[in-house]
Design a binder for this molecule. Structure first.
Ligand SMILES: CC(C)(COP(=O)(O)OP(=O)(O)OC[C@H]1O[C@@H](n2cnc3c(N)ncnc32)[C@H](O)[C@@H]1OP(=O)(O)O)[C@@H](O)C(=O)NCCC(=O)NCCS
Length: 225
């Protein structure tokens, strides 16, 4: 056993408490090479409502000078932060009393989907939202949704047309914020295969009428970013 890592039964118990039997089942399947994410999308030519958080907050995109504040939130180090910015990704943050308490990334062009070990290729105008995180003591105060409203208005001003997100289905807290921000489920993307290049399958829901403006692609042989 790796030092500091909880035994398997303790981790299963934690997953069972947080996500129920489905979480344990799909967590087990992910270990043998079956993973899936729910796809959610929102058009940006529709109005974005104002959303007021229940705490005073400043919402803005982060710049290179915010690397230390990003690292302090525990969602990646300064190198990861600078590398994503260099790829043209934007990191939007919510600051409470001067401290960064929430972040979320948006990619354009293409992005690496770490959980599925594949790429998503995006048409012009489509943003892929990933890695939303709120500091545990600041959850359910409306930070994610208020940030979402501000950042979607900014995307509209940039002339972007749609926002795509891929959500872990057994993550009970993850859907409510997206639904409140106007995203709707459009399908599921699955990765099958235990190696570094799993096969990727997308299934769109029948009701998903929007034209597909993105493509999930199996990883190549080169090292992932
Ligand atoms: C998902 C996450 C980013 C949401 O951040 P947040 O700042 O707490 O979200 P908000 O406060 O804006 O929540 C928006 C709505 O969703 C609801 N909601 C949030 N978390 C919830 C939960 N665990 N269960 C039920 N509803 C929840 C809120 O009540 C709120 O609705 P309301 O304003 O009408 O009350 C945060 O829970 C988090 O960091 N989770 C761990 C990382 C993660 O799972 N990221 C998502 C990857 S897709």
């Amino acid at each position: 056993m790796v030092e500091g890592k909880a035994p398997m039964w303790a981790r299963m118990l934690r997953v069972y408490r947080e996500k129920g039997p489905g979480g344990v089942w799909f967590g087990g399947l992910s270990l043998v090479g079956y993973r899936r994410l729910v796809l959610m999308e929102r058009r940006l030519d529709e109005p974005v409502p104002e959303i007021s958080p229940r705490v005073e907050v400043e919402i803005r995109p982060l710049g290179r000078e915010d690397a230390a504040a990003f690292a302090a939130l525990g969602q990646g180090d300064a190198g990861v932060f600078r590398d994503r910015l260099a790829r043209g990704h934007e990191c939007w943050g919510a600051w409470c009393s001067g401290s960064l308490r929430h972040v979320s990334w948006v990619a354009f062009g293409e992005a690496w989907v770490e959980y599925l070990r594949c790429r998503v290729l995006l048409d012009d105008g489509v943003g892929y939202s990933y890695r939303a995180f709120t500091h545990p003591e600041y959850r359910q105060l409306g930070l994610a949704t208020a940030r979402g409203a501000v950042f979607m208005k900014a995307l509209q001003k940039q002339g972007r047309t749609a926002l795509l997100a891929a959500i872990l289905p057994d993550n009970p807290g993850a859907f409510a914020p997206w639904l409140k921000m106007g995203l709707r489920r459009i399908g599921v993307v699955r990765a099958i295969g235990a190696g570094p290049r799993p096969r990727i399958f997308v299934r769109l829901d029948r009701a998903a009428a929007a034209p597909v403006r993105w493509r999930f692609e199996r990883a190549g042989w080169e090292a992932p970013p």
